[in-house]
Design a protein around this ligand. Structure first.
Ligand code: DOR
Ligand code: ZN
Length: 456
């Protein structure tokens, strides 16, 4: 038998363990064999892994691709170009676009745009507000991967529903079998301190961080865990930034609540000192925390397992919006968020190199778990025979320094500028097609397709 593609001469790593001198065989976009290089079938195309590491394709369940409506920042094409270059094979877009993704027609528009231009496979969340509780089942039928509620004000100013409406939304979403994720910051707390700091003239980048204290995040997790305990809904905490919030997630899991959580490379990499070093470039919501909170995020979130997933919160803005010309200027004039798709795999590989993660634990949190949490497993997030041939080949020894001029997004402002990593994706394969090699995007725009999820 001759198959379409064989990748050989890799160490294959999954959460279950590692196999040296191994590879994967692909036919019609599907995995047909995984195993020792010398046992793989003949192929029309052979990719020599050169002793690198092959893992199931990286799944980033939190990106702001900005399309429809905010294409001046980013669009499906540019976001998924960055994903391909960075070693990411599936992305899930956030709903704070223009229009917001709050009804079936908007979701369909988002999917259509993705089908027309994406380089890697994709999905989308829909937002739940006071206005669309009665549309939840229609949005489900239109194929949303899951739902999101913004509890506190952030980019896009999507107003939070009331607590009563959130309870009702949980009941309705439970019926769909899908999961509801949160931007978990208590809006009343952050609004209070934002107004107070502004009136007191506290305008430094670090003041922005302190205006959104850890208690706002912890309280939001605890309240949503309580609501989920009552309703039986499946919930998710996006971008957990602090040890305190990770502890609240752990307590929810202990109580038997189906609560999952993610953190991002920037909360694990930087402490709030970055606000004094890089200013508003590193401004993000929730903010980057102090060393003590970060240490507990590592211990409770990563070592003890409260955090299920790694995602980026890739959130491109123009250099003007980020105020890069004056990074220590009035923080209230700057916007929150920055790109992450091309630094997430290298940051995680650097943590592996430093012994903070095993390779297996990295793969579990950056591929398998995100696919499981959002109902895409094993089609995504596995190397099982019969599933999509999505994989990422990484060189764990490649040392390099970030130059944002080399990144692929439309706007590439990032606090990772000038940071050094050990490790990088060298090949990105989506359904058997090599979409990027050594950082060059090879695939065609429009190859990526929406991941179909069970609509039972
Ligand atoms: O920093 C952020 N940027 N936090 C968010 O919640 C939204 C995001 C964006 O859309 O730019
Ligand atoms: Zn986000």
């Amino acid at each position: 038998m001759t198959v379409d593609l064989v990748v050989r001469n890799c160490t294959v790593v999954t959460p279950a363990g590692r196999t040296p001198d191994a590879g994967v065989a692909v036919e019609d976009g599907t995995i047909v064999a995984v195993g020792r290089s010398d046992r793989l079938p003949e192929a029309d195309r052979v990719l020599d892994g050169e002793g690198n590491v092959l893992v199931p394709g990286i799944v980033d369940c939190h990106i702001h691709n900005r399309e429809p409506g905010l294409e001046y920042k980013e669009d499906w094409e540019s976001a998924t170009r960055a994903a391909a270059a960075g070693g990411v094979t599936t992305v899930v877009g956030m709903p704070n676009t223009d229009p917001v993704i709050d009804r079936p027609e908007h979701l369909e528009l988002k999917f259509e745009r993705g089908e027309a231009s994406a380089h890697v496979d994709f999905q989308s969340y829909a937002v739940v507000t006071s206005e669309n509780l009665d549309l939840i089942s229609e949005i489900d039928e239109a194929g949303a991967l899951g739902y999101k509620v913004f509890l506190g004000s952030t980019v896009g100013d999507v107003p939070p529903p009331s607590d009563g409406e959130i309870l009702e939304a949980m009941e309705k979403i439970r019926e769909t079998g899908k999961r509801l994720g949160f931007h978990e910051e208590n809006g009343e707390i952050i609004d209070h301190y934002t107004e107070q700091f502004q009136s007191e003239g506290k305008n430094e980048p670090i003041d922005h961080s302190h205006s959104r204290p850890v208690v706002a995040e912890r309280e939001a997790v605890e309240r949503m865990v309580t609501f989920a305990e009552e309703t039986g809904a499946k919930i998710h905490m996006f971008h957990v930034s602090s040890g305190s919030a990770a502890e609240a997630v752990a307590r929810g899991k202990d109580r038997g609540v189906d609560v999952t959580a993610e953190t991002t490379p920037h909360y694990l990499w930087f402490t709030e000192e970055v606000m004094r070093e890089k200013g508003n470039v590193a401004r993000v919501q929730p903010p980057i925390r102090d060393a003590e909170e970060q240490d507990r995020l590592w211990r409770v979130g990563i070592d003890d397992g409260a955090i299920d997933c790694i995602a980026t919160d890739h959130a491109p803005h123009t250099p003007e919006e980020k105020k890069v010309d004056d990074p220590f200027g009035n923080t209230w004039d700057a916007i929150s968020g920055f790109v992450g798709l091309e630094t997430e795999v290298p940051a995680m590989l650097t943590f592996v190199d430093r012994g903070r993660f095993t390779m297996e634990e990295w793969v579990r949190r950056h591929s398998t778990n995100p696919a499981r949490v959002w109902g895409m497993y094993p089609q995504k997030g596995s190397l099982q025979v019969g599933t999509d041939a999505d994989f990422t080949v990484v060189d764990p020894d490649l040392e390099w320094t970030v130059d944002s001029a080399d990144l692929h997004s439309k706007n590439c402002v990032t606090p990772f500028e000038d940071e050094s990593f050990r490790g990088k994706a060298v090949a990105t394969v989506v359904r058997g097609k090599v979409v990027a090699r050594d950082g060059d995007v090879l695939g065609e725009s429009g190859y990526g397709t929406r991941v179909d999820v069970d609509n039972e």
